[in-house]
Design a protein around this ligand. Structure first.
Ligand SMILES: [Mg+2]
Length: 242
């Protein structure tokens, strides 16, 4: 598969000011197990709060995820729930058991000459705990979590506008990195350049990388600083444009 480039890039190096990373399963891999543990606690909370069986709770979660992007999004829209209790309960997990320091990630982030932010549907407290466990907490200028987003979650377009306001940035100046294509699409529509981690290219995705560390060489190339110019040798970095 060849690489595809946004039109702007074909005119020369792209100018970006910010790079925005999703947190969970973007900065660390899916098989870390942390989100599975959080998922178990979300199901338990839904079960206990709404008086459902595990099967009913899981089925409701799937429906909410599809329609609202997150379980909490569905709970807020359709139920009377104690949001603070929910957020505290589902994130009450031993993060450090799942996430270890990742010096290569820190080095990759240091190689990016851009302002860095986290944009997550989790709380900023959870995000900071994960960032500390990874050893990269001081690399991010801003952590934008669900409360900073006024309890509105990705992929609602409102959250992306709120993010840009908090960053004081224009969409065109931002690179958005995420493990879910559905959460890249609104950013892409607004003009962000999008990078999908560990997924399959689809609408709204400019670039796909297999692992977050590959974001470093990709961004270097987009900024026109790569030694390979516009075209990487086939297979390098496992990138697939799309
Ligand atoms: Mg994620």
């Amino acid at each position: 598969m060849g690489y595809t480039f946004p039109a702007r890039e074909q005119r020369g190096a792209m100018a970006f000011t910010h790079i925005v990373f999703d947190l969970d399963e973007t900065l660390y891999p899916r098989d870390a197990g942390l989100m599975q543990e959080i998922g178990r606690r979300i199901t338990l909370w839904v079960q206990q709060s709404l008086g459902l069986t595990a099967e009913e709770a899981n089925s409701l979660r799937r429906s909410y995820l599809r329609r609202y992007g997150t379980t909490l999004g569905g709970l807020i829209a359709e139920q009377q729930v104690d949001v603070d209790h929910y957020l505290a309960f589902v994130h009450d997990v031993p993060v450090e058991r799942y996430i270890q320091p990742h010096p290569a990630l820190a080095a990759m982030l240091d190689s990016l000459p851009l302002r860095k932010a986290i944009f997550t549907n989790a709380t900023s407290e959870h995000a900071r705990r994960v960032l500390r466990a990874l050893g990269v907490a001081d690399r991010f200028e801003q952590v934008v979590g669900i409360r900073e987003l006024d309890l509105c979650n990705k992929p609602d377009p409102k959250t992306y506008r709120r993010l840009l306001a908090l960053l004081d940035a224009r969409a065109e100046d931002c690179i958005l990195v995420e493990d879910r294509a559905v959460n890249l699409r609104p950013g892409k529509r607004m003009g962000m350049t999008t990078v999908l981690v560990d997924g399959v290219s689809e609408e709204g995705v400019d670039f796909v990388v297999e692992y977050v560390l590959e974001v470093g060489p990709l961004v270097t190339r987009l900024l026109g600083r790569g030694r390979y110019g516009w075209r990487l040798p086939p297979g390098l970095g496992g990138m697939r444009g799309g």
